[in-house]
Every structure is written in C-alpha cells, then in structure tokens.
Write a new protein. Structure first.
Length: 163
C-alpha cells in the first residue's frame, strides 16, 4: 500500500526536505513505494515530500516501457543546457490542472544511488524535465511557482474550483 499524495497547500510541500544521511533498507523500501505511486498516477517522477516524507528522495522513469526508474537521494544539478524545452507539467498534489513550463533541455546531476554511491548522470528531454520538477519539490517549490503571478493565481483558483 502506498501513502496518499498530500494536497497542496500542505506545509510539507512548501519546506525544503532533509538530506538523506545513508542508504538503508528503509530508504530502499520507500523508493519502491514511490515507484509504485508514480506508476499508479501514471507519472514520470515523484519526490518523497509529495507523499508526506520530508527527505531528499526522488524517482524518475521517463522510459517508454517503464521499469527503468532511477532512484536518487540528495539529487543536485551540476550543469544545465542553455537550450530550453517546454513541457506541460502537473502534480498529483494539485490535481486537475497543468501548465507549460520551460526548463533546460538537458542536465547533469549528482546523487546517491541505490548502492549508496555518488553517481553523476546526464538526463535529456523528459528525463531532465522530470528530474528538475522533482528537485523543485525537494526545495519546497511547485511547478506553478515558475509561472507569472497572474498565471499562477488563475491555475490555483481553477484547482480550488475542481476540488
């Protein structure tokens, strides 16, 4: 069973998540739970704060066939491309709405992997978009925070009407 998605504006979604000190069996079990929740959405990524766990954990799987999720603790962007990519983003924490967000098309990230080793990896396209979206969650930001105030207010008002 997976934990429910927190509903925005829950306080956990607005505060930076705590760093992960070590990769333990509990962390691996949480990653598995996060992948199950991500696949059930269906989505291409999930950050632990979205399900009420304020730890810097994320999973991303933008593969066509699924089953290729990258498990990350303490992910950080080292480099980002100058070329941008627009993508319609949404979140199960604020259902029923979405917005087109422009982000770097490619990024290089560093994170602790499932073996507890520091890994650096390049992410391109939807993989890069999803990773950046998850890092926003880990920082206490939502994708719509990247919109102008007018667009953000309209999106939030629409979401409130739907709930």
């Amino acid at each position: 069973m997976t934990r429910p998605f927190l509903r925005w504006p829950h306080a956990t979604l607005r505060k930076p998540a705590a760093p992960v000190e070590a990769i333990t069996d509990e962390i691996r079990a949480l990653w598995d739970e996060m992948i199950d929740a991500m696949d059930a959405m269906p989505g291409v990524g999930l950050a632990a704060p979205q399900i009420g766990v304020s730890l810097r954990l994320a999973v991303v799987d933008a593969s066509d066939g699924r089953g290729q999720a990258v498990r990350m603790a303490n992910p950080e962007i080292l480099h980002e491309s100058a070329q941008l990519r627009e993508h319609e983003e949404a979140s199960p924490n604020l259902p029923g709405v979405s917005a087109v967000i422009s982000r770097p098309r490619a990024v290089t990230a560093r994170f602790l992997n499932a073996e507890g080793e520091i890994e650096e990896r390049d992410f391109v396209g939807l993989w890069a978009t999803s990773l950046q979206h998850q890092i926003d969650h880990l920082e206490g930001r939502m994708y719509f925070d990247r919109l102008s105030r007018l667009k953000r207010d309209r999106l939030v008002a629409k979401a409130r009407k739907l709930s």
